[in-house]
Design a protein around this ligand. Structure first.
Ligand SMILES: Cc1cc2nc3c(=O)[nH]c(=O)nc-3n(C[C@H](O)[C@H](O)[C@H](O)COP(=O)(O)OP(=O)(O)OC[C@H]3O[C@@H](n4cnc5c(N)ncnc54)[C@H](O)[C@@H]3O)c2cc1C
Length: 481
Protein backbone atom coordinates (compact mmCIF):
# COMPACT_ATOMS: atom_id res chain seq x y z
CA UNK A 1 0.00 0.00 0.00
CA UNK A 2 0.98 3.61 -0.53
CA UNK A 3 0.67 5.34 2.85
CA UNK A 4 0.87 9.01 3.96
CA UNK A 5 1.90 9.97 7.47
CA UNK A 6 1.31 13.52 8.69
CA UNK A 7 3.95 14.45 11.29
CA UNK A 8 7.54 13.25 11.83
CA UNK A 9 7.26 13.12 15.64
CA UNK A 10 7.67 9.93 17.68
CA UNK A 11 4.26 8.56 16.66
CA UNK A 12 4.66 9.20 12.93
CA UNK A 13 8.23 7.90 12.72
CA UNK A 14 7.46 4.76 14.76
CA UNK A 15 4.45 4.04 12.52
CA UNK A 16 6.61 4.62 9.42
CA UNK A 17 9.22 2.18 10.74
CA UNK A 18 6.58 -0.57 11.23
CA UNK A 19 4.89 0.03 7.87
CA UNK A 20 8.22 -0.11 6.04
CA UNK A 21 9.04 -3.40 7.78
CA UNK A 22 5.75 -4.76 6.43
CA UNK A 23 6.75 -3.73 2.89
CA UNK A 24 4.57 -0.63 2.40
CA UNK A 25 5.50 2.62 0.65
CA UNK A 26 5.59 5.55 3.06
CA UNK A 27 5.62 9.34 2.57
CA UNK A 28 5.94 11.52 5.68
CA UNK A 29 4.76 15.14 5.58
CA UNK A 30 6.40 17.27 8.28
CA UNK A 31 5.54 20.96 8.65
CA UNK A 32 8.74 21.72 10.57
CA UNK A 33 12.31 21.56 9.36
CA UNK A 34 13.43 18.74 11.69
CA UNK A 35 12.05 15.41 12.91
CA UNK A 36 11.04 14.85 16.56
CA UNK A 37 8.04 17.16 17.02
CA UNK A 38 7.59 18.13 20.68
CA UNK A 39 10.61 16.03 21.66
CA UNK A 40 12.96 17.74 19.20
CA UNK A 41 15.85 19.99 20.18
CA UNK A 42 18.20 22.73 19.05
CA UNK A 43 21.94 23.32 19.21
CA UNK A 44 23.51 26.67 20.10
CA UNK A 45 27.00 27.57 18.79
CA UNK A 46 29.68 25.83 20.86
CA UNK A 47 27.47 22.93 21.97
CA UNK A 48 28.29 19.32 21.04
CA UNK A 49 24.83 18.07 22.05
CA UNK A 50 21.39 19.39 21.23
CA UNK A 51 19.05 20.51 23.98
CA UNK A 52 15.37 19.54 23.96
CA UNK A 53 13.08 22.57 23.47
CA UNK A 54 10.95 21.12 26.25
CA UNK A 55 12.66 19.13 29.05
CA UNK A 56 12.73 15.42 28.17
CA UNK A 57 14.03 12.21 29.69
CA UNK A 58 13.20 8.52 29.36
CA UNK A 59 12.44 6.05 32.13
CA UNK A 60 14.11 2.66 32.56
CA UNK A 61 10.66 1.12 32.00
CA UNK A 62 10.28 2.71 28.51
CA UNK A 63 10.46 -0.68 26.82
CA UNK A 64 8.75 0.30 23.54
CA UNK A 65 11.24 3.08 23.01
CA UNK A 66 14.18 0.83 23.91
CA UNK A 67 12.96 -1.82 21.48
CA UNK A 68 12.75 0.74 18.70
CA UNK A 69 16.25 2.01 19.53
CA UNK A 70 17.41 -1.61 19.36
CA UNK A 71 15.78 -2.15 15.97
CA UNK A 72 17.50 0.86 14.44
CA UNK A 73 20.86 -0.20 15.91
CA UNK A 74 20.99 2.69 18.41
CA UNK A 75 20.34 0.95 21.74
CA UNK A 76 23.87 1.63 22.98
CA UNK A 77 23.33 5.37 22.52
CA UNK A 78 20.48 5.41 25.10
CA UNK A 79 22.19 6.18 28.39
CA UNK A 80 20.83 6.27 31.93
CA UNK A 81 21.70 8.29 34.97
CA UNK A 82 20.19 8.85 38.40
CA UNK A 83 19.58 12.59 38.87
CA UNK A 84 17.75 13.85 41.95
CA UNK A 85 14.14 15.05 41.97
CA UNK A 86 13.05 17.28 44.85
CA UNK A 87 9.87 18.76 46.29
CA UNK A 88 9.46 22.04 48.11
CA UNK A 89 8.59 22.44 51.76
CA UNK A 90 8.78 25.66 53.81
CA UNK A 91 11.50 27.30 51.76
CA UNK A 92 13.69 24.21 51.21
CA UNK A 93 13.88 21.29 48.81
CA UNK A 94 13.79 17.60 49.76
CA UNK A 95 14.26 14.46 47.65
CA UNK A 96 11.19 12.19 47.77
CA UNK A 97 12.12 9.84 44.97
CA UNK A 98 15.37 8.05 44.39
CA UNK A 99 17.02 4.69 43.96
CA UNK A 100 17.13 2.47 47.05
CA UNK A 101 20.88 2.03 46.58
CA UNK A 102 21.33 5.81 46.91
CA UNK A 103 19.07 6.10 49.96
CA UNK A 104 20.45 3.05 51.82
CA UNK A 105 23.86 2.70 50.25
CA UNK A 106 24.80 -0.65 48.67
CA UNK A 107 25.28 -1.86 45.14
CA UNK A 108 22.89 -1.71 42.19
CA UNK A 109 21.49 -5.16 43.17
CA UNK A 110 19.50 -3.36 45.91
CA UNK A 111 17.49 -1.60 43.19
CA UNK A 112 16.42 -4.95 41.73
CA UNK A 113 14.66 -6.01 44.96
CA UNK A 114 10.86 -6.23 44.68
CA UNK A 115 9.21 -2.89 45.57
CA UNK A 116 12.65 -1.24 45.91
CA UNK A 117 11.22 2.01 44.50
CA UNK A 118 8.39 2.07 47.06
CA UNK A 119 10.81 1.27 49.91
CA UNK A 120 13.11 4.11 48.79
CA UNK A 121 10.15 6.49 48.62
CA UNK A 122 9.06 5.40 52.11
CA UNK A 123 12.53 6.00 53.57
CA UNK A 124 12.80 9.41 51.92
CA UNK A 125 9.31 10.26 53.16
CA UNK A 126 10.48 9.52 56.72
CA UNK A 127 13.10 12.25 56.30
CA UNK A 128 10.65 14.74 54.80
CA UNK A 129 9.68 17.28 57.49
CA UNK A 130 6.19 17.87 56.08
CA UNK A 131 5.02 14.36 57.08
CA UNK A 132 4.37 12.71 60.43
CA UNK A 133 4.67 8.93 60.89
CA UNK A 134 1.03 8.29 59.99
CA UNK A 135 1.41 10.33 56.79
CA UNK A 136 4.47 8.27 55.86
CA UNK A 137 2.59 5.02 56.43
CA UNK A 138 -0.41 6.10 54.40
CA UNK A 139 1.80 7.45 51.64
CA UNK A 140 3.86 4.24 51.56
CA UNK A 141 0.89 1.84 51.66
CA UNK A 142 -1.20 3.68 49.07
CA UNK A 143 1.89 4.12 46.87
CA UNK A 144 2.69 0.38 47.06
CA UNK A 145 -0.95 -0.42 46.23
CA UNK A 146 -0.74 1.76 43.11
CA UNK A 147 2.50 0.14 41.97
CA UNK A 148 0.97 -3.35 42.35
CA UNK A 149 -2.53 -2.53 41.02
CA UNK A 150 -3.30 -3.21 37.38
CA UNK A 151 -7.04 -2.50 37.13
CA UNK A 152 -6.84 1.13 36.02
CA UNK A 153 -10.43 1.03 34.72
CA UNK A 154 -11.70 1.10 38.30
CA UNK A 155 -9.39 4.00 39.10
CA UNK A 156 -10.62 6.08 36.16
CA UNK A 157 -14.08 6.21 37.75
CA UNK A 158 -12.84 8.48 40.56
CA UNK A 159 -10.87 11.72 40.57
CA UNK A 160 -7.26 11.76 41.75
CA UNK A 161 -8.28 14.51 44.15
CA UNK A 162 -10.84 12.26 45.89
CA UNK A 163 -8.79 9.04 45.83
CA UNK A 164 -5.53 10.57 47.05
CA UNK A 165 -6.98 12.80 49.74
CA UNK A 166 -9.01 9.84 51.08
CA UNK A 167 -6.28 7.17 50.89
CA UNK A 168 -3.19 9.23 51.66
CA UNK A 169 -4.79 11.94 53.79
CA UNK A 170 -5.24 15.68 53.31
CA UNK A 171 -1.68 16.59 54.31
CA UNK A 172 0.10 14.22 51.93
CA UNK A 173 -2.31 15.19 49.16
CA UNK A 174 -1.94 18.92 49.88
CA UNK A 175 1.87 18.83 50.02
CA UNK A 176 2.67 16.45 47.19
CA UNK A 177 -0.16 15.81 44.80
CA UNK A 178 -2.31 18.92 44.82
CA UNK A 179 0.57 21.18 43.64
CA UNK A 180 1.34 18.71 40.84
CA UNK A 181 -2.29 18.45 39.72
CA UNK A 182 -2.83 22.20 39.97
CA UNK A 183 0.39 22.99 38.15
CA UNK A 184 -0.25 20.47 35.38
CA UNK A 185 -3.98 20.85 34.89
CA UNK A 186 -4.81 24.38 36.11
CA UNK A 187 -8.59 24.76 36.43
CA UNK A 188 -9.13 21.05 35.68
CA UNK A 189 -6.94 19.89 38.61
CA UNK A 190 -9.78 18.45 40.70
CA UNK A 191 -11.40 16.71 37.72
CA UNK A 192 -8.45 14.59 36.55
CA UNK A 193 -9.07 10.89 37.09
CA UNK A 194 -7.02 8.59 39.31
CA UNK A 195 -5.99 6.25 36.45
CA UNK A 196 -3.79 9.07 35.12
CA UNK A 197 -1.99 9.33 38.46
CA UNK A 198 -1.76 5.52 38.69
CA UNK A 199 -0.10 5.35 35.27
CA UNK A 200 2.30 8.12 36.16
CA UNK A 201 3.42 6.41 39.36
CA UNK A 202 3.60 2.99 37.71
CA UNK A 203 5.71 3.98 34.71
CA UNK A 204 8.24 6.20 36.49
CA UNK A 205 11.68 5.02 37.54
CA UNK A 206 14.44 6.88 39.41
CA UNK A 207 16.81 6.03 36.55
CA UNK A 208 16.36 8.59 33.78
CA UNK A 209 17.62 8.22 30.25
CA UNK A 210 18.72 10.35 27.34
CA UNK A 211 20.45 9.81 24.00
CA UNK A 212 24.07 10.48 23.19
CA UNK A 213 23.85 13.87 21.45
CA UNK A 214 20.38 14.64 22.85
CA UNK A 215 16.85 13.63 21.82
CA UNK A 216 17.23 15.46 18.50
CA UNK A 217 20.10 13.11 17.62
CA UNK A 218 17.78 10.16 18.30
CA UNK A 219 15.08 11.52 16.00
CA UNK A 220 17.67 12.40 13.32
CA UNK A 221 18.91 8.79 13.50
CA UNK A 222 15.36 7.41 13.39
CA UNK A 223 14.42 9.66 10.44
CA UNK A 224 17.60 8.65 8.60
CA UNK A 225 16.78 4.99 9.28
CA UNK A 226 13.27 5.19 7.80
CA UNK A 227 14.64 7.09 4.80
CA UNK A 228 17.26 4.40 4.24
CA UNK A 229 14.42 1.87 4.31
CA UNK A 230 12.74 3.82 1.48
CA UNK A 231 10.46 6.38 3.16
CA UNK A 232 10.11 9.80 1.52
CA UNK A 233 10.37 12.50 4.18
CA UNK A 234 9.15 15.95 3.17
CA UNK A 235 10.19 18.73 5.56
CA UNK A 236 8.52 22.13 5.46
CA UNK A 237 5.43 20.32 4.10
CA UNK A 238 2.38 21.75 5.84
CA UNK A 239 -0.67 19.57 5.20
CA UNK A 240 -3.80 21.65 4.67
CA UNK A 241 -6.45 18.97 4.12
CA UNK A 242 -7.03 15.31 3.44
CA UNK A 243 -9.95 14.40 1.21
CA UNK A 244 -11.25 10.87 0.94
CA UNK A 245 -12.95 9.25 -2.04
CA UNK A 246 -13.93 5.63 -2.29
CA UNK A 247 -13.67 4.10 -5.73
CA UNK A 248 -14.38 0.40 -6.41
CA UNK A 249 -14.15 -0.46 -2.69
CA UNK A 250 -10.64 0.99 -2.41
CA UNK A 251 -10.22 4.27 -0.57
CA UNK A 252 -8.23 7.05 -2.23
CA UNK A 253 -6.97 9.77 0.10
CA UNK A 254 -5.64 13.00 -1.37
CA UNK A 255 -3.26 14.98 0.81
CA UNK A 256 -3.19 18.70 -0.01
CA UNK A 257 -0.11 20.45 1.28
CA UNK A 258 2.06 23.49 0.92
CA UNK A 259 5.82 23.17 0.97
CA UNK A 260 8.18 25.98 1.98
CA UNK A 261 11.91 26.12 1.35
CA UNK A 262 14.02 25.01 4.32
CA UNK A 263 17.23 26.88 5.01
CA UNK A 264 20.21 24.96 6.43
CA UNK A 265 18.54 21.54 6.38
CA UNK A 266 20.86 18.68 5.42
CA UNK A 267 20.11 17.94 1.80
CA UNK A 268 20.22 14.20 2.50
CA UNK A 269 16.90 14.48 4.30
CA UNK A 270 15.11 16.98 2.10
CA UNK A 271 13.57 15.94 -1.18
CA UNK A 272 14.16 18.19 -4.17
CA UNK A 273 11.25 20.57 -4.13
CA UNK A 274 10.82 20.90 -7.84
CA UNK A 275 9.49 17.35 -8.21
CA UNK A 276 6.86 17.65 -5.48
CA UNK A 277 3.31 18.58 -6.43
CA UNK A 278 1.00 20.17 -3.87
CA UNK A 279 -1.25 17.14 -3.72
CA UNK A 280 -0.59 13.43 -3.62
CA UNK A 281 -2.93 10.46 -3.42
CA UNK A 282 -2.58 7.46 -1.11
CA UNK A 283 -4.35 4.23 -0.11
CA UNK A 284 -4.15 5.07 3.59
CA UNK A 285 -3.26 8.15 5.66
CA UNK A 286 -2.27 8.59 9.30
CA UNK A 287 -2.53 11.98 11.03
CA UNK A 288 -0.44 12.50 14.21
CA UNK A 289 -1.26 16.16 15.00
CA UNK A 290 -3.44 17.58 17.78
CA UNK A 291 -7.13 16.52 17.78
CA UNK A 292 -8.18 20.12 16.96
CA UNK A 293 -6.00 20.19 13.89
CA UNK A 294 -7.18 16.74 12.83
CA UNK A 295 -10.77 18.04 12.89
CA UNK A 296 -9.73 20.87 10.55
CA UNK A 297 -7.66 18.70 8.20
CA UNK A 298 -10.43 16.15 7.60
CA UNK A 299 -13.72 18.08 7.38
CA UNK A 300 -15.49 15.06 5.82
CA UNK A 301 -15.34 13.22 9.17
CA UNK A 302 -18.83 12.50 10.52
CA UNK A 303 -20.20 14.85 13.18
CA UNK A 304 -19.87 12.41 16.10
CA UNK A 305 -16.16 11.75 15.43
CA UNK A 306 -15.53 15.49 14.92
CA UNK A 307 -17.42 16.16 18.15
CA UNK A 308 -15.25 13.64 20.04
CA UNK A 309 -12.08 15.28 18.68
CA UNK A 310 -13.24 18.76 19.64
CA UNK A 311 -14.36 17.72 23.14
CA UNK A 312 -10.87 16.44 24.11
CA UNK A 313 -9.31 18.99 26.44
CA UNK A 314 -5.61 19.76 26.66
CA UNK A 315 -3.22 22.36 28.03
CA UNK A 316 -0.30 24.06 26.35
CA UNK A 317 3.27 24.42 27.62
CA UNK A 318 5.52 27.45 28.02
CA UNK A 319 9.19 26.95 28.71
CA UNK A 320 11.99 29.44 29.27
CA UNK A 321 15.52 28.07 29.06
CA UNK A 322 18.33 30.02 30.69
CA UNK A 323 22.01 29.34 29.96
CA UNK A 324 23.97 30.26 33.08
CA UNK A 325 27.69 30.67 33.56
CA UNK A 326 27.56 28.48 36.72
CA UNK A 327 25.54 25.78 38.42
CA UNK A 328 22.25 26.97 39.94
CA UNK A 329 21.34 24.24 42.44
CA UNK A 330 24.19 23.99 44.92
CA UNK A 331 23.07 20.48 45.87
CA UNK A 332 23.12 19.43 42.22
CA UNK A 333 19.36 18.72 42.05
CA UNK A 334 17.91 18.06 38.61
CA UNK A 335 14.15 18.36 38.89
CA UNK A 336 12.39 20.77 41.27
CA UNK A 337 8.61 20.43 41.67
CA UNK A 338 7.34 23.88 42.61
CA UNK A 339 4.00 24.68 44.26
CA UNK A 340 2.39 27.76 42.72
CA UNK A 341 0.68 28.33 46.09
CA UNK A 342 4.15 29.27 47.43
CA UNK A 343 4.37 32.03 44.83
CA UNK A 344 6.47 30.33 42.14
CA UNK A 345 5.53 31.68 38.68
CA UNK A 346 5.92 28.25 37.02
CA UNK A 347 5.49 24.55 37.85
CA UNK A 348 8.89 22.96 37.36
CA UNK A 349 12.49 24.04 37.39
CA UNK A 350 14.78 21.57 35.77
CA UNK A 351 18.55 22.00 35.74
CA UNK A 352 19.36 19.90 32.69
CA UNK A 353 23.10 20.02 33.28
CA UNK A 354 22.63 18.21 36.60
CA UNK A 355 21.44 15.31 34.41
CA UNK A 356 23.59 15.72 31.27
CA UNK A 357 27.05 17.19 31.95
CA UNK A 358 27.59 20.88 31.10
CA UNK A 359 30.71 19.96 29.09
CA UNK A 360 28.38 18.88 26.23
CA UNK A 361 27.03 22.44 26.14
CA UNK A 362 30.27 24.38 26.01
CA UNK A 363 30.33 24.55 29.82
CA UNK A 364 27.00 26.39 30.02
CA UNK A 365 24.56 25.38 32.78
CA UNK A 366 21.08 24.97 31.36
CA UNK A 367 17.95 25.58 33.38
CA UNK A 368 14.37 25.08 32.22
CA UNK A 369 11.49 27.01 33.84
CA UNK A 370 8.34 25.29 32.62
CA UNK A 371 4.60 25.54 33.01
CA UNK A 372 1.39 24.01 31.63
CA UNK A 373 -1.35 26.51 30.88
CA UNK A 374 -4.62 26.90 28.97
CA UNK A 375 -3.76 28.01 25.40
CA UNK A 376 -5.45 31.40 26.02
CA UNK A 377 -3.25 32.16 29.07
CA UNK A 378 -1.40 35.53 28.86
CA UNK A 379 2.01 33.76 28.98
CA UNK A 380 1.36 32.58 25.39
CA UNK A 381 1.18 36.15 24.08
CA UNK A 382 3.88 37.72 26.28
CA UNK A 383 7.16 38.70 24.65
CA UNK A 384 10.25 36.70 25.56
CA UNK A 385 11.57 39.69 27.52
CA UNK A 386 8.35 39.95 29.54
CA UNK A 387 8.42 36.24 30.36
CA UNK A 388 12.06 36.51 31.38
CA UNK A 389 11.15 39.33 33.76
CA UNK A 390 8.49 37.13 35.40
CA UNK A 391 10.43 33.85 35.51
CA UNK A 392 14.06 34.69 36.25
CA UNK A 393 13.63 36.28 39.73
CA UNK A 394 12.30 32.87 40.94
CA UNK A 395 15.77 31.38 40.40
CA UNK A 396 16.86 33.19 43.56
CA UNK A 397 14.59 30.82 45.52
CA UNK A 398 16.65 27.89 44.23
CA UNK A 399 19.94 29.63 44.96
CA UNK A 400 19.79 32.89 46.98
CA UNK A 401 23.05 34.05 45.39
CA UNK A 402 21.57 33.96 41.88
CA UNK A 403 21.97 37.18 39.91
CA UNK A 404 20.74 37.99 36.42
CA UNK A 405 24.37 38.58 35.46
CA UNK A 406 24.80 34.77 35.55
CA UNK A 407 22.40 34.48 32.58
CA UNK A 408 24.26 34.34 29.28
CA UNK A 409 21.33 33.61 27.01
CA UNK A 410 17.63 32.65 27.13
CA UNK A 411 15.24 30.89 24.76
CA UNK A 412 11.46 30.60 24.99
CA UNK A 413 9.40 27.76 23.52
CA UNK A 414 5.62 27.48 23.51
CA UNK A 415 3.37 24.61 22.44
CA UNK A 416 -0.42 24.99 22.39
CA UNK A 417 -1.01 21.20 22.57
CA UNK A 418 1.19 19.72 25.30
CA UNK A 419 -0.81 17.89 27.98
CA UNK A 420 -4.12 16.08 27.38
CA UNK A 421 -6.57 16.28 30.30
CA UNK A 422 -8.15 12.93 31.30
CA UNK A 423 -11.48 13.35 33.08
CA UNK A 424 -13.46 10.64 34.93
CA UNK A 425 -14.24 7.69 32.61
CA UNK A 426 -11.97 9.20 30.01
CA UNK A 427 -11.54 5.92 28.10
CA UNK A 428 -15.09 6.38 26.76
CA UNK A 429 -14.25 9.84 25.38
CA UNK A 430 -11.24 8.85 23.25
CA UNK A 431 -11.93 8.59 19.51
CA UNK A 432 -10.62 5.34 17.97
CA UNK A 433 -7.47 5.51 15.83
CA UNK A 434 -9.43 4.13 12.88
CA UNK A 435 -11.71 6.99 11.84
CA UNK A 436 -15.09 6.39 10.15
CA UNK A 437 -13.59 7.68 6.87
CA UNK A 438 -12.20 4.75 4.86
CA UNK A 439 -8.41 4.57 5.00
CA UNK A 440 -7.98 7.54 7.39
CA UNK A 441 -6.33 6.99 10.80
CA UNK A 442 -5.57 9.33 13.69
CA UNK A 443 -3.03 8.78 16.50
CA UNK A 444 -2.09 11.48 19.00
CA UNK A 445 -0.94 12.10 22.57
CA UNK A 446 -4.59 12.15 23.58
CA UNK A 447 -4.88 8.44 22.75
CA UNK A 448 -2.02 6.94 24.80
CA UNK A 449 -4.29 6.97 27.86
CA UNK A 450 -4.23 5.67 30.58
CA UNK A 451 -0.51 6.40 30.15
CA UNK A 452 0.59 10.00 30.42
CA UNK A 453 1.92 11.49 27.23
CA UNK A 454 5.49 10.43 26.53
CA UNK A 455 7.69 9.35 23.63
CA UNK A 456 7.59 5.70 24.79
CA UNK A 457 3.82 5.63 24.54
CA UNK A 458 3.90 7.57 21.27
CA UNK A 459 6.12 4.80 19.87
CA UNK A 460 3.75 2.14 21.21
CA UNK A 461 0.77 3.93 19.66
CA UNK A 462 2.61 4.41 16.36
CA UNK A 463 3.30 0.69 16.24
CA UNK A 464 -0.27 -0.25 17.10
CA UNK A 465 -1.82 2.09 14.52
CA UNK A 466 0.60 0.84 11.85
CA UNK A 467 -0.53 -2.74 12.54
CA UNK A 468 -4.17 -1.69 12.28
CA UNK A 469 -3.57 0.21 9.02
CA UNK A 470 -1.78 -2.71 7.45
CA UNK A 471 -4.18 -5.35 8.80
CA UNK A 472 -1.40 -6.97 10.86
CA UNK A 473 -1.87 -8.56 14.30
CA UNK A 474 -1.60 -6.04 17.16
CA UNK A 475 1.99 -5.81 18.42
CA UNK A 476 2.68 -7.22 21.91
CA UNK A 477 2.66 -4.56 24.64
CA UNK A 478 6.30 -4.49 25.62
CA UNK A 479 6.23 -2.07 28.52
CA UNK A 480 4.61 -2.30 31.92
CA UNK A 481 0.86 -2.30 31.90
C1 LIG B 1 6.71 20.13 28.16
C2 LIG B 1 6.78 18.71 27.70
C3 LIG B 1 7.59 17.81 28.37
C4 LIG B 1 7.64 16.47 27.99
N1 LIG B 1 8.48 15.63 28.64
C5 LIG B 1 8.63 14.36 28.19
C6 LIG B 1 9.61 13.50 28.77
O1 LIG B 1 10.32 13.87 29.70
N2 LIG B 1 9.72 12.24 28.26
C7 LIG B 1 8.97 11.80 27.22
O2 LIG B 1 9.14 10.67 26.77
N3 LIG B 1 8.01 12.59 26.67
C8 LIG B 1 7.82 13.85 27.13
N4 LIG B 1 6.90 14.68 26.55
C9 LIG B 1 5.93 14.11 25.62
C10 LIG B 1 6.48 13.88 24.24
O3 LIG B 1 7.09 15.05 23.74
C11 LIG B 1 5.30 13.48 23.35
O4 LIG B 1 4.60 12.42 23.94
C12 LIG B 1 5.73 13.05 21.96
O5 LIG B 1 6.71 13.91 21.44
C13 LIG B 1 4.49 13.03 21.07
O6 LIG B 1 4.87 12.66 19.78
P1 LIG B 1 3.83 12.75 18.60
O7 LIG B 1 4.52 12.27 17.38
O8 LIG B 1 2.57 12.07 18.98
O9 LIG B 1 3.44 14.30 18.47
P2 LIG B 1 4.35 15.54 18.08
O10 LIG B 1 5.69 15.43 18.70
O11 LIG B 1 3.52 16.73 18.39
O12 LIG B 1 4.53 15.40 16.50
C14 LIG B 1 3.57 15.84 15.59
C15 LIG B 1 4.31 16.35 14.36
O13 LIG B 1 3.33 16.77 13.40
C16 LIG B 1 3.80 17.93 12.76
N5 LIG B 1 2.66 18.65 12.19
C17 LIG B 1 1.70 19.32 12.87
N6 LIG B 1 0.80 19.85 11.99
C18 LIG B 1 1.21 19.49 10.75
C19 LIG B 1 0.69 19.71 9.44
N7 LIG B 1 -0.41 20.43 9.23
N8 LIG B 1 1.37 19.20 8.39
C20 LIG B 1 2.50 18.47 8.58
N9 LIG B 1 3.03 18.22 9.81
C21 LIG B 1 2.39 18.72 10.87
C22 LIG B 1 4.50 18.69 13.87
O14 LIG B 1 5.43 19.64 13.34
C23 LIG B 1 5.18 17.57 14.65
O15 LIG B 1 6.48 17.32 14.20
C24 LIG B 1 6.84 16.02 26.91
C25 LIG B 1 6.02 16.92 26.23
C26 LIG B 1 5.99 18.25 26.61
C27 LIG B 1 5.11 19.20 25.87
Amino acid sequence: MNIAIIGAGATGLAAAHELLKAGHTVTIFEAGDTPGGLAGGFKAPGWDWSLEKFYHHWFASDADLLRLADEIGARDRVIYNRPTTVVYYAGRFYPLDGALSTVLGGGPWVDRLPLSGSIARGLLALRYPGFNLIDVMRYGLAGAYLVLASNWRRLEQITAHDWLSRRMGRRVYGLLFEPLLRGKFAEYAEQVNMAWMWARIKARTPMLGTYVGGFQAFFDDLAAHVQQRGATLLYGAQVESILVETAADAPCLTVHFHQSPIPNRQSSIVNPQSSIPDRQSFDRALVTTSPRLMAKLAPQLPADYLGALNRLKSLGAVVLIAALDRQLSRAGYYWHNLPKSAGFPFLALCEHTNFVPARHFGGQHLVYCGDYLPPDHPYFSLSDAALRAIFLPALRRINPEFEEAWVQQTWVFKAPYAQPVPFVNHSRAIPPVKTPLPGLFFASMSQVYPWDRGTNFAVRLGRAVAAEMAGLPAPPASSRG
